[in-house]
Design a protein around this ligand. Structure first.
Ligand code: JBZ
Length: 238
């Protein structure tokens, strides 16, 4: 899977070279290219923003650097059609279902907005380009970020761990909270490791019992209790 990220803060994306995503890059499963939008400006001040038409607070990202950057990056592989991903608080919510659906895409180009966002003609234009595979405006949740970079870190990690060969343990991707049908729509319960007693707290005895049926039942009860307490929105727990 090829991933390109365009940002005015390319250093923000450096953490993607670490840990699980970094392993995927080193293994050749993920090809990550990060670009500085200012490389596609032509004025002395490398300007990427301007005042909003119609008035209002803040600044808006100019369309020309975006058009030049996206056309250039797209032309680096005429053999496949990329989708343009634009993180924005007004987009649809990116969920585990979204990650699953995107995980088999061959090429995603992420456009990180700053200020009040990107001139809307950029999304409109690439949405009509036959050599692109559509525009996806997404938000990672109901809070406001200062720009799209942190959202891209989140989305790329969610996509990377779904790539075949990245997790190592193919089971753990399926077992996690939200991952799918495994436990119904429940979050995971508590986990424990050695030592068996720590600061007077013992590991629940059922987990030491070796009785796999009782352990599975206990874990499901714990998951239900946690879901009811922390995530009542996930639907009635029976
Ligand atoms: C997001 C201007 O760029 C932004 C600003 C806020 C923001 C995003 C992009 S993406 N918030 C979110 O996913 O919540």
């Amino acid at each position: 899977m090829r991933l390109d990220v365009v940002s005015i803060f390319p250093a923000y994306l450096e953490p993607l070279r670490l840990s699980l995503v970094g392993k995927g890059i080193e293994a050749g499963i993920i090809e990550l290219r990060v670009h500085d939008l200012r490389d596609w400006t032509s004025d002395r001040h490398r300007t990427v923003d301007d005042t909003p038409y119609g008035g209002g607070p803040g600044m808006v990202m100019k369309p020309e650097p975006w058009g030049a950057a996206l056309d250039d990056i797209r032309s680096s592989d005429p053999g496949k059609r990329p989708a343009l991903v634009i993180p924005t608080p007004s987009g649809s919510v990116f969920t585990q279902r979204t990650a699953e659906s995107w995980s088999s895409d061959t090429w995603l180009i992420f456009a990180c907005g700053r200020y009040e966002g990107i001139d809307a003609r950029v999304a409109a234009h690439y949405g009509e380009r036959p050599d692109w595979s559509g525009v996806r405006e997404v938000s990672i949740g109901d809070f406001v970020l200062a720009g799209g970079e942190a959202a891209v870190l989140v989305m790329v990690e969610a996509l990377a761990r779904l790539q075949p060969g990245i997790l190592g343990n193919e089971e753990s991707a399926l077992d996690d909270s939200f991952s799918g049908e495994q436990m119904g729509d429940l979050v995971e319960g508590p986990v424990f490791t050695k030592p068996p007693v720590w600061r007077d707290r013992a590991v629940p005895e059922v987990l030491l019992s070796g009785h796999h049926g009782r352990i599975a039942q206990w874990r499901q009860e714990q998951a239900r209790a946690r879901t009811a307490a922390n995530r009542p929105d996930l639907g009635e727990v029976t």
